[in-house]
Design a protein around this ligand. Structure first.
Ligand SMILES: Cc1cc2nc3c(=O)[nH]c(=O)nc-3n(C[C@H](O)[C@H](O)[C@H](O)COP(=O)(O)OP(=O)(O)OC[C@H]3O[C@@H](n4cnc5c(N)ncnc54)[C@H](O)[C@@H]3O)c2cc1C
Length: 506
């Protein structure tokens, strides 16, 4: 260790776990500490990883850019594809379909937001669906893809995108990056965690073969068990199953026979919902369900019978408890990934929660003795982030008129968190969207789900009545025309990948 480092410099950090969370942590921390802190990662091949996180949201691009990956290299290495949003099928009611796009709706042209003009046009008989004002949907509808432009005068600047990728390949890709930057990988199963007798902090972990590894700071990425945060530190867990009753998933890949869509599909089922995520080498599928309303064999049979082709591997069953750890940073241990909590992958948020946890951790990075003020701020921000995402996911279940099964009857009539109830009331009465700077999902996302699931405000903004409808209708129509022309000029998703980032055959 060089002599000119500051007196509080953290000299050693140990990461437990080598799933997406472990290797994203190793890569990001190695990049930020530039070799000045010794980083070790322990993982157990025998235990393995969850390996089903395949759909992401736009901020992932920032994570990759920070680490210096080229998009082409990353998409090729992970059999990746592009994602313009999520298509929701049968959520608001059976037969209901809508798109949650990445990016904005239209372009603001007056003091009142665009959706208020759409509401008045609708009240006057215009049948145009709200999603027709989304550039992402204009492209996704025809399986088109291109990068957004940076010129804010162009309609092509109003959308955004993320990726689908193979999570195991992503972990491998990040591992190579982290090892090149000095991260030491140890393969082995941890059998015991030792704490300092005087402080109660974690001192070391011991493998079942007797090897012992000490560090000043620990990152727990050990998956649902929470080996350090829960089994050693007994941090506690808030269970949110009463709001989000799904607690199981079964996943199975299959070959692609349907179009190569640049979006994820989520189809609501009687006791949960099913995902379809198109990658280059296969389609990822899974059914998320509540064990209160469906048994495991029925869930597996439903998934397999609804795939577009034969499963390429035996279906994998996964159990989880929706909720979050009471502290995400406890003593000399921060927790990242599934060990920190779990929200079902309906809006593809888990990998994002890993990323944002890491960005916060790096901004509040500890010295040898973690500063209680920074620890408190880390926990405050992480709690808020988890709760806001939770509420957005609850909205999908609650804002439904489905009555065809016990799950839907339960979720539409259950009590919801106070803050969500307030948001719902504001929108359904007056079309107001209530969100602040700490919200991951911004106004367009809330609009997508509200309107997509038939929550139509009783009133639109009175300012809109001061405008002439022939004038703003002309504008709305020109928005749609421009979007359709722009989408028409794009390559198909399939062509785009073939030309720029085709992965080698597996
Ligand atoms: C059904 C399902 C679908 C999902 N879909 C998405 C999605 O579409 N998008 C998204 O963003 N996220 C999704 N996720 C979440 C995503 O999979 C996880 O956030 C991500 O994979 C991180 O997992 P992890 O690294 O925390 O845990 P894991 O993958 O479980 O890794 C845990 C690691 O800890 C190690 N370990 C555990 N115990 C020990 C021990 N005793 N000794 C040594 N090592 C140990 C294991 O070997 C492993 O390396 C989904 C999750 C589930 C359950």
């Amino acid at each position: 260790m060089p002599h000119d480092l500051g007196p509080r410099a953290l000299k050693s950090l140990l990461i437990v776990g080598g799933g997406s969370a472990g290797w994203m942590s190793a890569a990001a921390i190695a990049h930020a500490t530039r070799g000045a802190c010794e980083i070790t990662l322990i993982e157990s091949d025998e235990i393995g990883i969850v390996g089903v996180g395949e759909a992401t949201i736009p901020p992932i691009k920032m994570f990759n850019q920070t680490l210096g990956f080229s998009e082409e290299e990353f998409v090729r290495a992970t059999q990746g594809s592009f994602k313009l949003g999520i298509e929701f099928v049968d959520w608001g009611r059976l037969g209901n379909r809508y798109f949650h796009p990445f990016g904005k709706y239209g372009v603001e042209f007056d003091a009142a937001p665009v959706h208020h003009f759409w509401l008045r046009a609708r009240a006057e008989g215009d049948p145009t669906p709200w999603q027709d004002y989304s550039m992402a949907w204009a492209a996704a509808r025809d399986n088109k893809f291109d990068h957004p432009t940076r010129d804010p005068r162009l309609i092509q600047s109003t959308f955004d995108y993320a990726y689908h990728f193979d999570a195991s390949l992503y972990a491998r890709f990040l591992r190579a990056y982290a090892e090149q930057r000095g991260v030491r990988r140890i393969e082995g199963r941890i059998g015991a965690v030792h704490r300092h007798a005087d402080t109660g902090d974690i001192a070391s972990v011991e493998l079942v073969d007797g090897r012992r590894f000490e560090a000043e700071f620990f990152v727990d990425c050990s998956g649902f068990r929470g080996l350090l945060i829960e089994e050693a530190l007994k941090t506690g867990y808030d269970d949110w199953t009463h709001w989000l009753p799904c607690d199981r998933a079964v996943a199975a890949p299959c070959a692609r026979t349907a179009p190569f869509t640049p979006y994820t599909r989520s189809t609501a089922r009687a006791a949960g919902w099913q995902w379809r995520i198109p990658l280059q080498h296969r389609v990822g599928n899974g059914l998320v369900y509540s064990s209160r309303f469906m048994d495991d064999d029925a869930a597996e049979a439903l998934l397999v019978s609804s795939l577009e082709s034969e499963p390429l591997a035996s279906p994998r069953r996964i159990r989880f408890v929706t909720g979050r750890r009471r502290l995400h940073w406890n003593r000399n241990c921060v927790v990242i990934g599934l060990a920190s909590g779990f929200l079902e992958p309906l809006e593809s948020t888990s990998i994002h929660l890993i990323q944002s946890g890491l960005m916060r951790f790096l901004a509040l990075f500890p010295g040898r003795d973690p500063d209680p003020v920074s620890v408190a701020e880390y926990n405050r921000l992480t709690r808020i982030e988890f709760e806001r995402v939770r509420d957005f996911i609850i909205l999908h279940y609650h804002a439904s008129s489905r009555e065809d099964s016990d799950l839907w009857r339960h979720t539409r009539s259950m009590e919801i968190p106070e803050e969500l109830a307030y948001k719902l009331e504001q929108f359904s009465q007056a079309g107001n969207i209530v969100s602040d700077g700490l919200e991951l999902f911004q106004n367009p996302s809330w609009l997508a789900v509200f309107i997509g699931q038939d929550i139509i405000p009783k009133r639109y903004a009175p300012l809109v009545d001061l405008r002439r409808s022939d004038e703003f209708n002309r504008y709305l129509e020109s928005l749609r025309r421009t979007m359709n022309q722009a989408a028409g000029a794009m390559a198909t998703h399939e062509e785009f990948i073939r030309q720029r980032c085709k992965a080698p055959p597996v």
